[in-house]
Design a protein. Structure first.
Lengths: 639, 639
């Protein structure tokens, strides 16, 4: 490689400098006297040194803090970018970068996953005008409507419920014999129909057609409001599942459901959460929740049982059987979901007690079923559920990871919202912590990505050892004995919004270790069960709402994710709600979800006596078998 | 005709007498000194002179007070029976006759209307044993059940609701993987299925299979509990419709339903009544109402709308349109009917606003659709609904008769239960009244048959004139001015159970006159609309729960029924509930009800400007046109 000299022109200051090709952009800026903000010290971790390459060739070593759209727009991290030709570089005002980072924490605009055609949509609206009745034609309202539907649209044998019949007469008369009908022409369970009349509205009301995709996580619930005219996601809402107060994981909830009216209570709690989110989403679009005519719901098997009010007891008892993996669609009124009471609620199918509709939905939305490449898919939530395979075969398993990564079950844990510490850096000499907070507010707690980052930094800096024990001998007041044993202070009281220190305790660390160990043990067993090793895996797809914010480098350092080239790891966000969304748009996708469930072999880990060994082996940082983490070991040796 | 002498032998007394053939049995008894009780004076009205013809030939002139079973058993009314050969007559103890009369007021045992075959019944029970799940076969409960249903019974695509799925898991485990399934294989609306799973019970529970036929009258509700294993009616219950307090007729109820939460209130009231009756019927058979898995419901269009909670407003407004004539079947839980919540509620179809399912049901159960004879069918209830035709054509109409004949809207009116005066005789000289009370208790009021009898007797005795006015000049304290105008005392306070006089007022008489006039006007218009006269009518079939107790002679005297030979008049009892019962037993009958509704032409009386004339003409006793009542006129002239 011939090293040539290239020229760098910084805007808006106008500084120019000549440097050898291959020079880091941040070094060139320093040489030119162009001021850049590099709080993480040039490790590509904070994203604050983002600049825009307006012209010329560069090579980005890492874009971990940039979205594909950022890169497309020319953004590059100055500390991670090598200059390869004459370039013009624009240094945005620091304030603009901060706003960009803030925006990226908001729900990203969801793109249409495929071209959407309203004519393939089973949910439809029809405006129809009837001949008014007279003494000569005393045909009843319902027969009159059916007569016209048959004449105009060839629709026969339309199904109708009592609640719709109850409003028919007044809608016809209020609309002066013109009404808008909301009809579901067919469903996955009745591909040939008959059509089902869901609502009748006075007059012509064709302007919109709303539906909703729902993901019921053990810890977090997500609601995407979709306009089925254009197919786009128009609002996204999320909150903790109201059931958390009755148990952080599925097992305590199943036990709770089996006592007294626990089942009704848990159903009521999740419905409260969902209905609040639905209300918020509807408000954001200035519509009534009654205008939402369909819901597709994903979630793990226990969550779907509780949502539908079906006793989940047998899920936790040998031999771990669900009451039902595939519910028939039912009207929302039957469970009190706050959309139009006649709107269909379509729960996606699960595979087994611990591989539910969130995984079938996730596997389909991840594209895993369309690829020939050996793919490992993992949904990092309260349960670590994962699937291995490609377009021809699928095997899945689940391990109870616990809610630690969702910020629950950790002393200062919180969801990834305003005020959450989302990234932490621990100084290897002073053991002081610096951090980045969502929306740059004073910190209130630590979210999942922050916890992974924290665990990794504490390990790399030597605050904890490979077993996760806090080193109480360090010369820093940040390491101390707290009420609940050893702890490390991440943020001091005077920096925080809560007026107290934000800490991570030995108990928290144990929870995080168990979570990451459970996930990695699952990976290992899946691969081994089909005679493969982790090295055979072509790509790793990571689902789960918080997954998109994980720092791969950090997740690998703690041994949660396998040590593989970053470019083979893809963060897909909440694949569960995304699969529900795609199923709303396309019956073809809806069928694929069923097919994925039927094609998927389920590996019962509790019947697999190697799980405990694998779990114990993974209860070290990064792992007992260091050879599986060469990159991490190289880093440790380098320090 | 040669008059011969015949011998009569009375038992148990042993008296013998010889009389000319053709002698009245009561005269022969008097001649022989055999004591008979003849309180009505030998008019065949009281039934107290019933004797048993043990041997020999007699001719019964009237059997109005005897059931067909009585006649079959040899009973004859001594005052109405001519001796035609040597006979042996048994005079039962008076006490035995009274008990027989009491029994006859109880619900008569309902015979199977046709041979019943359980294999033609769409509602079925199946006991089924599943292979228990294991770690090797983690199939979910619902799929496991469907798999077995498919294997054993070839049943695919079984429909299930959330409430049934909710109990599936515990039923399977409680029954140790043997369960009894209640399945509706098909329905009139889905003749090809799919089957619908209604209940799942632990263990084998094949001993019974309950359903119910319901008739919702404006005034009275009837419930027949049916065991679908044998097809027999096992309990019959009736009571006033709880809606009466919100209006005696359909129009005031429709108005009430249109205000505030009037509709919900009316629905709740009828449901209270029905659920109480269901509870009573279930108690009588020592079952739980949850074991009742189907209801077939008949009733007029307004009653069906209110029962289903559908606003009936348009029924009373020009051009008088129902919201729906044929409801799809729905689960009982959707309206709170007190049978198994998943049990199908199948409302029979109506024809128009004022010719409802009670008439289609009645017409089919009356056999009118199977005969070639010109038949007039009338259901005497709060609305006088009637149909004219035969197996090839049907025309129907309805006139608001009011609830007077059901004992409502009359000062001392009551239902035909214990303590009701059911027959009255007025002495033409003293104007005193004697009466018969159901169960021979002290009287509490007057039921419908008593009111017809009373009106006729007052007219014949001259207490009222042909316009229905009470003759205040009569020399009897029974005729007087009361609080609400002129009145006639039927029973004196010291004879009654209520401690007050039982009276009939001028207002009551006006109500009764209007009711009978409306019914007769309907008959006239129906016949004339097809170019026929009352004389062309081959048979008159009378439905309505109280119809079976009407004294034809009296009903003709007041001009309510046409003056035709008694043997062409048949009382069928409650044809509406009977049609519902027959529809429970046979899908073929269920289809006939639909066909009858479709075949029936509806004559809208409010659009017929001759109705008012006909009604006014009938507002006299027996009628303005005396030539239509030759028998009655002959009787009046004879007095």
């Amino acid at each position: 490689m011939v090293i040539s000299v290239v020229s760098v022109h910084f805007k808006p200051g106008g500084q120019r400098v000549e440097v050898p090709s291959g020079t880091l952009l941040s070094d060139a800026a320093a040489q030119a006297g162009a001021e850049l903000n590099i709080p993480c010290g040039g490790q590509g971790r904070c994203g604050r040194c983002a600049v825009v390459i307006e012209a010329g060739e560069v090579r980005r070593r890492s874009t971990a803090q940039l979205s594909p759209e950022d890169v497309e727009a020319g953004y590059a991290l100055a500390c991670q970018t090598l200059i390869e030709g004459d370039v013009v570089v624009f240094i945005p005002p620091q304030e603009r970068i901060e706003r960009r980072l803030k925006e990226s924490k908001r729900a990203a605009q969801v793109e249409l996953p495929f071209p959407y055609d309203l004519h393939d949509q089973p949910l439809r609206k029809y405006a129809i005008t009837l001949e008014p009745p007279s003494l000569q034609d005393q045909t009843d309202d319902w027969s009159r409507l059916r007569r016209e539907l048959s004449r105009r649209h060839g629709m026969e044998e339309v199904q109708v419920s009592l609640p719709v019949l109850r409003k028919l007469g007044s809608a016809l008369r209020e609309g002066e014999w013109t009404v808008t009908l909301v009809i579901e022409l067919y469903g996955w369970d009745r591909p040939e129909g008959p059509p089902r009349l869901i609502d009748v509205l006075p007059g012509e009301r064709l302007e919109s057609l709303w539906a909703v995709a729902i993901d019921i996580g053990t810890t977090t619930n997500h609601v995407w409001l979709v306009d089925l005219i254009g197919g786009e996601v128009m609002a996204q809402k999320a909150d903790y599942n109201g059931q958390i107060a009755r148990g952080a994981e599925v097992i305590p909830r199943i036990i709770y459901a089996s006592k007294g009216n626990g089942l009704e209570e848990l159903q009521g709690l999740v419905m409260e959460t969902l209905n609040r989110l639905l209300e918020q989403a509807a408000q954001e679009r200035s519509i009534s929740t009654d205008e939402i005519y369909k819901a597709v719901v994903a979630g793990n098997s226990t969550m779907i049982h509780l949502f539908a009010g079906i006793p989940p007891e047998s899920i936790r008892l040998m031999p771990f059987i669900t009451a039902v993996n595939q519910l028939p669609p039912f009207p929302a009124r039957e469970i009190g979901l706050g959309i139009n009471p006649e709107g269909s609620v379509d729960c996606l199918p699960g595979v087994a007690s611990y591989v539910g509709a969130d995984i079938t939905s996730g596997v389909v939305s991840s594209g895993m079923c369309d690829t020939g490449e050996l793919t490992l898919f993992v949904d990092i939530g309260t349960n670590g559920e994962m699937a291995l395979g490609d377009c021809t075969w699928l095997i899945s398993c689940a391990c109870s990871a616990g809610p630690a990564f969702e910020g629950a079950g950790v002393a200062n844990g919180m969801r990834a919202t305003a005020g959450a510490i989302e990234e932490v850096w621990v100084n290897s000499e002073t053991y002081d912590a610096t951090y980045r907070v969502i929306y740059d507010e004073k910190p209130k707690g630590i979210c999942g990505s922050g916890l992974i980052s924290l665990l990794a930094e504490m390990f790399i800096a030597g605050v904890i050892d490979k077993s996760g024990n806090i080193n109480l001998g360090l010369a820093t007041p940040r390491v101390r004995k707290g009420e609940h044993g050893p702890e490390y202070v991440v943020a001091l009281a005077d920096e925080t919004a809560i007026g107290e220190d934000i800490v991570v305790t030995a108990v928290d660390i144990d929870n995080l270790m168990r979570a990451k160990a459970a996930i990695y043990a699952g990976f290992s067993i899946l691969a081994r069960s089909v005679g493969l090793t982790m090295g055979d895996i072509g790509q790793l797809l990571i689902g789960g709402a918080f997954g998109q914010y994980i720092n791969v480098e950090k997740a690998t350092q703690i041994g949660m994710l396998p040590d593989m080239p970053y470019e083979h790891i893809h963060f897909l966000g909440n694949t569960s709600v995304r699969g529900a969304y795609m199923s709303l748009l396309s019956q073809e996708v809806r069928r694929q979800v069923v097919d994925a469930g039927q094609m998927m072999t389920y590996l019962e880990l509790s019947a697999d006596n190697t799980f405990f060994d694998e779990f114990n082996a993974a209860m070290f940082l990064p792992h007992t078998d260091e050879s599986q983490f060469p990159t991490v070991m190289a880093l440790l040796e380098g320090r």
